[in-house]
Every structure is written in structure tokens, then in C-alpha cells.
Ligand binder design. Structure first.
Ligand code: ADP
Length: 311
């Protein structure tokens, strides 16, 4: 029995060491750092003490071994991560600009994780309390279909679904993508959009209208991630807003995944939403203050210490 399961990319990430270093320019890179939204999410869930499994695939190479070892060391059940002899592990390159923006080069759709097979969901979904769908994992029709199959099984077993749409506007214009993502909302219990993602997805300008539309589709909790401004929470009976903790932002990659995993994991452990939001906000703030997407995940003890020192 596994409490929390997600699927999708796990990747080796390389970061330009100089601000404004364009990715095509010669320069130094730091890494490899473990990354990939689903991998960060599940790492954070395991650090909070839930049984947590990632369904993914890596190549039979050093990046793949490094990623699996790291997840294992953090307590993740890696038995559903396939090692594929003829594929390479996914990778990403990132650079930061002084206006706060980032550029990425992703090698995901051509990587081993694009070859995840339905059979890998085997026994891992039995008794699953929460299945998380990271929008970044829905990069092909095959991956969208895998999400549908897994969601069907988890729902039939009484589990809940969380969904972080992670929408890139270009992606929504591809045939069938908007319909697929909107369709997912009707299976979603906890929705974790950031900024105007929900507006873009459901095509409503005002936040209140977008939220109302998501509830109409069947969502029961919405946690809106607002970067340094913290978060807003809607549960159909009202809205709660929390300001962000004050930290120095070093690396924003992965904050949303640490935040979302903390909220969902603590909720599935029975914590009240009001308390889970404080921990999630702390997890997001801790994540941005450390370099490396997965380096930002925290244990419960670390979050308690963070909250105590920032109150
Ligand atoms: P995403 O990475 O999905 O776009 P955000 O950037 O909104 O998500 O970050 C997720 C959460 O992390 C925020 O809701 C907030 O709680 C926390 N966070 C992000 N950036 C900062 C920051 N600069 N200072 C404090 N907290 C932050």
C-alpha cells in the first residue's frame, strides 16, 4: 500500500552559474541536480513521512542511477521506476536573468520517461490515498492517457486526485491539450494552480469566475500559489489568504512542487487545511531559498524550525 503516488519525468538539471548567461553561450554549469516536477513532489511527500512512489523511467546511465539513488535515500519507493537500456535519462538546462525570468532547454519528450508503460502502475496504485498529476508530465497523448487510466483506478479505490496544471500557454494551443486538461478538472479534488493558470485554463478573466468554474467542474479545494505573495485557498465555503514568508529568493525552481506536495501530503495525513497551508507556504519559501529544485524539499522538523524562526 502506498499513500501518495505520482508519475512523470525525473531528470538531471544543469544550471548556468552566471546570471544572464544565455543557454547557447559558452559558460559554466552547476549540476547535475535531481529535478522534474513529479520527482520533486514525491520527494517532498516522502520527507513528510508518507509512503510515496514515483512511476517513471530512466536510462541505464549515470544520471538515472544518481536520480534513483537520491530518491531512495530520501525515502521514496522507487520500485516503479523502470531502467530502460535503449533510452537516456531526461535532462534540463536552466539559466536565470536579472529580471527574474528563466530559460529552459528540456530533453524530456525524447528521454526514457516518455516511455513509461501502463503496466508500471501495477500494484503501486492499490490503496493509494492521493494520486498527483503534474501538468508537466502530460507532454504527449500517451502520458495523458496514462493519467486517465491511473486516475480511474485511484478514484475507483476511493483515493483523491491532486492536479498542478503547470500550463504553458503555447502548450494549450496544441490540438486537444486544453480539452484534456479541462477534462482532468472533473476528476480533481485538490487543484494547485499558480498565478493566472486557472484563468487561462478555464478561459475566465476574473479569479472569482475561474474559481467558480473549477468548483462547477467538480474540484473541492483550490490552492492558488502566488510566489512571494504566498497563497490563497478556496474550499467552496470561502477564501483564506496567507502572505508569503520573507526569504531571499535564490532559486525558484521546484517551489510550487514542494508547496503542493506539502499541502496534499499533510491533508492526506488528516491535517486541517488552515494548518497545512502554513506548512505549504513554509515549504515553498524554504525551497526558493536553496539552489537546486530537489534540494529545496524539507522534513517536518525542518518546516517546524523554519516556521518557528519566521514567526
Ligand atoms: P510555481 O513554482 O508553481 O509557479 P510559486 O512560484 O507560486 O509556484 O511558488 C509556490 C509557493 O512557494 C508560493 O505560493 C509561496 O508559498 C512560496 N514562494 C514562492 N516564491 C517565494 C518567495 N520569493 N518568497 C516566499 N515564498 C515564496
Amino acid at each position: 500500500m502506498t499513500d501518495i503516488v505520482t508519475f512523470g519525468e525525473v531528470l538531471a538539471e544543469f544550471m548556468a552559474t552566471r546570471i544572464n548567461q544565455r543557454l547557447g553561450e559558452a559558460g559554466q554549469f552547476a549540476g547535475p541536480y535531481p529535478g522534474g516536477a513529479p520527482a520533486i513532489f514525491i520527494d517532498q511527500a516522502a520527507k513528510l513521512g508518507s509512503t510515496a512512489a514515483l512511476v517513471s523511467a530512466v536510462g541505464d546511465d549515470d544520471f538515472g542511477r544518481m536520480l534513483v539513488e537520491r530518491l531512495k535515500a530520501d525515502g521514496v519507493d522507487t520500485s516503479s521506476i523502470a531502467t530502460l537500456a535503449d533510452e537516456t535519462t531526461a535532462s534540463a538546462f536552466v539559466t536565470y536573468y536579472d529580471d527574474g525570468s528563466r530559460d529552459f532547454i528540456f530533453n524530456i519528450a525524447n528521454g526514457a520517461c516518455a516511455r513509461i508503460a501502463e503496466a508500471q502502475f501495477g500494484p503501486v496504485l492499490e490503496g493509494c490515498k492521493l494520486f498527483h498529476v503534474a501538468g508537466t508530465a502530460l507532454f504527449s497523448e500517451h502520458m495523458i492517457e496514462l493519467a486517465r487510466v491511473a486516475i480511474g483506478r485511484v478514484k475507483a479505490g476511493g483515493g483523491r486526485i491532486s492536479f498542478d496544471p503547470n500550463v504553458r500557454k503555447e502548450m494549450l494551443d496544441r490540438p486537444g491539450v486544453r480539452e484534456a486538461l479541462t477534462g482532468l478538472l472533473s476528476s480533481t479534488d485538490i487543484l494547485l494552480p499558480s498565478d493566472d493558470e486557472l484563468n487561462v485554463l478555464v478561459e475566465r478573466e476574473a479569479e472569482s469566475e475561474a474559481v467558480a468554474r473549477a468548483f462547477e467542474l467538480g474540484v473541492s479545494e483550490i490552492v492558488l500559489k502566488r510566489g512571494g505573495d504566498g497563497c490563497r485557498y478556496y474550499d467552496g465555503s470561502g477564501m483564506r489568504e496567507l502572505p508569503g514568508f520573507e526569504v531571499e529568493e535564490v532559486d525558484p525552481t521546484g517551489a510550487g512542487d514542494s508547496f503542493g506536495a506539502t499541502f496534499c501530503t499533510l491533508r492526506s495525513q488528516g491535517m486541517a487545511a488552515a494548518d497545512a497551508l502554513v506548512y505549504a507556504n513554509a515549504a515553498g519559501a524554504s525551497a526558493v531559498s536553496r539552489q537546486g529544485a530537489m534540494e529545496g524539499t524539507s522534513t517536518r522538523e525542518q518546516l517546524d524550525a523554519f516556521i518557528a524562526s519566521h514567526s
